[in-house]
Write a protein that binds this ligand. Structure first.
Ligand code: ADP
Ligand code: ADP
Length: 230
């Protein structure tokens, strides 16, 4: 099965005169179907780690390996293609196109990848139904609640059958109850797809939905916690 690995990841920002070490040696293995929460205080390196794992940002040293292939050995174009096909992304909010109905928002990645309209729309409708949004296909993001909009975003992240879903504070704009629903939808959908899930969150209640939690501080993993299966 496909695995995402981080090996001795270091990342610094800045110039020769003034540098910040954002990551100071992170190792991780993420198997298909597993879920990982990355927690820790602001500035501890969570976002940097997510961007390195997703191939959006290059490490200063160390390596990210997807499915046996180091990302550093790929050309920019291959890495971009990987992000579009093998990875799905869910952000805090605002990632849906406001003028498009939910169904079109979800179908868009498949249409951009050159799939037929009937296939794209069919799969979009399936994921919307799977996420409890049957009957809402024609609504625009502004006509949905915050939690419904996040579930549309989850459907869009999953529609291309990715191997990994990256979620950056996916409940950050929601109240507690709605956040709970969104995390249940996200973890269930990722598992149904067989995708690995990485969730960056500062909220321990959100982290509890994942099978494993790593806590970061000053660019390192300082604690790792395995969740008891519920
Ligand atoms: P977190 O997501 O946990 O808040 P970040 O990964 O955003 O942590 O940041 C880790 C460290 O790197 C912090 O000290 C932050 O100020 C610094 N940092 C992040 N991005 C940049 C950047 N683009 N330029 C300079 N420093 C940065
Ligand atoms: P583009 O904007 O063309 O999509 P990328 O975001 O893929 O470019 O990459 C930005 C820069 O970081 C490029 O110079 C790329 O080579 C480099 N880069 C990104 N991710 C990695 C990685 N995991 N390992 C090595 N280099 C990387």
């Amino acid at each position: 099965p496909r695995t995402l690995e981080a090996r001795a990841l270091h990342r610094t920002y800045g110039t020769r005169e003034s540098t910040t070490t954002a990551l100071a040696g992170v190792d991780l293995t993420l198997a298909a179907g597993s879920s990982l929460a990355v927690t820790g205080p602001s500035g501890s390196g969570k976002t940097t780690l997510l961007h390195l794992l997703a191939g959006v940002l290059a490490p200063t040293s160390g390596e990210v390996v997807w499915d046996g292939r180091p990302l550093s050995t790929m050309r920019d174009r291959e890495r971009t293609a990987l992000r579009r096909t093998a990875f799905g992304f869910v952000f805090q909010q605002g990632q849906l196109l406001p003028e498009l109905p939910a169904q079109e928002n979800v179908a868009l990645p498949l249409l951009l990848a050159g799939r037929s309209r009937s296939e794209a729309v069919g799969r979009a409708r399936q994921w919307l139904t799977h996420l409890g949004l049957a009957g809402m296909e024609a609504r625009r993001p502004g006509e949905l609640s915050g939690g419904q909009a996040q579930r549309v975003a989850i459907a869009r992240a999953l529609v291309g059958a990715p191997g990994v879903i990256f979620a950056d504070e996916p409940t950050g704009a929601l109240d507690r109850g709605t956040g709970w629903e969104v995390m249940r939808a996200l973890t269930t959908a990722a598992r149904a797809q067989g995708a690995a899930l990485v969730v960056v969150t500062h909220d321990p209640e959100v982290a509890r939905w994942c099978s494993r939690t790593v806590e970061m501080r000053d660019g390192r993993i300082v604690r790792e916690l395995a969740q008891v299966a519920s």
